[in-house]
Each structure stands twice: as structure tokens, then as C-alpha cells.
Design a protein around this ligand. Sequence first.
Ligand SMILES: [Zn+2]
Length: 255
Amino acid sequence: MNTIAISDLLFPAFEKNALRNLPQNFGMEFFVEFGPVEYWRSLLPQFNIQSRPISLHGPCVTVNLANPDDTQYLSRYEKDITFGKEINAEFIVVHTNEQWSGNRKDIQNLVIERLQELDKLAQNIAGPRLAVENVGLLTNNLFNESEYIELFTKFPNIVSLIDVGHANVNQWNLPYVIQTLNKKIIAYHLHDNNEKKDEHQPIGTSSINWTELFKAINTYSPNATKVLEYANGTFKSMDQLLEHLNSIESLMTTK
Ligand SMILES: [Zn+2]
């Protein structure tokens, strides 16, 4: 399936009311961390989640896999993966790290160990796939381009989510990464920026060459979900968003 999905980061302050009018052919991704399970249970039925593709964004504020003192990552993920299964989410986004310090290799090994634990957990629960995102800008990028690619040779069950904005700031060779990981890529976070800051701007408003990028996406990972992970309140209404979705439609078949 060639799904475009909308992250709930799109409207200011995670405002979700307008998203109730999102046509059913579009998927949705929710930052599950920002509410207890009871909140999501009562809220999500408003969005027709049974009839559209759903994914969850895993914890990235209360969990930092690269912090040796983090003691709650496993229980937090257990809760979120279990809820993901309940709502039939296709994948849950995992950040390898937030801010980190110390010896780079040691921290990488710590994160790899913890990903192994999460992998086991996810296998036991048998719910959404774990989709590991390329995160961390510049010096905070714990796994560089080749190290990130290498990660997916270690975990046969874990899949990749490519955040093209992060990759753009870190000056990764995206067509190469996409060609190399190809079917391992379950989804993309799509947003634009000026190559210097992680701005989460709409497709086509800044420095990314989207035609080139979509040639690679459509060639090597045609079935990956494209999550528009826009922030900063660029859109004020659903009408504006639908107009934008129309304007990027031709990219989905660019070859
Ligand atoms: Zn992202």
C-alpha cells in the first residue's frame, strides 16, 4: 500500500480536532507519549482508526535509550507496544537516542543492547513492528549514515523509518541510503528544512530536492508509508492541508 499519513504534530499544540475530517485514505501517526492509555482509548475512535492505517510515535521525552540512567524504557515501551497492538498500529517509531554524552562507542553499544531487548519484547507482544528512526542532528547524531545502515543487519525483525529532514541536516546521501536499505524501510518522516535546522516545514518549501528524492523512494521502497511530520503550525485548517496534499500528489508516482 502506498499510504500518506499525517502526524499529529501538524497543528499547533498537537491540536487534533481538525484531523477528524481527514479523508479515510490517509493514515495517521500519534505521539502516544503525550497522554495516558485511557486518554487515547476515548479519543482515537473519533478518527476512524479501524478504517485507516495507523502508526504510533514511541516515547522521545520520557525515554532516552542512550542515557545509562534510564530505568523506565522497557516498561514504557511495553505499554506503548501493547496499546499499538490493541489499535492495530502497523509500526511504532523508536528513537535510538535523544541528547547523549560520554564515549560514542559505549553509548552505541548500550543502545544496541536495548534495541535487542525491545526487539524481544515486540516479538513477544506480536503487535506493531519496531521502526527505528535516524535521529540526532550533527554532533548529536549517534549513528552516522553507515552506522545507521549497519544497524539493520543486526536485527532481522526491526525495520527502518527514514526521517528525510534529519538526514538533510546531517548531509546524508539519501538516494544511497534508500537504495541500500530498500525494503527494510517501512516508512518515512517527510518534512523540509534549510539544511541547517530541523524545521519540520511542508514538502516543497525549502532546500530538499523532492523530485529526486521521490524517484528513489518510489523505486526502492514504493510501499513505505509517507508520514508528513510537519510542525510549527504551518496549517491553520483542514482545507489548507487538503490543498497541500493535492499539490504533492504527483510526487507519489514520480519515477
Ligand atoms: Zn521524525
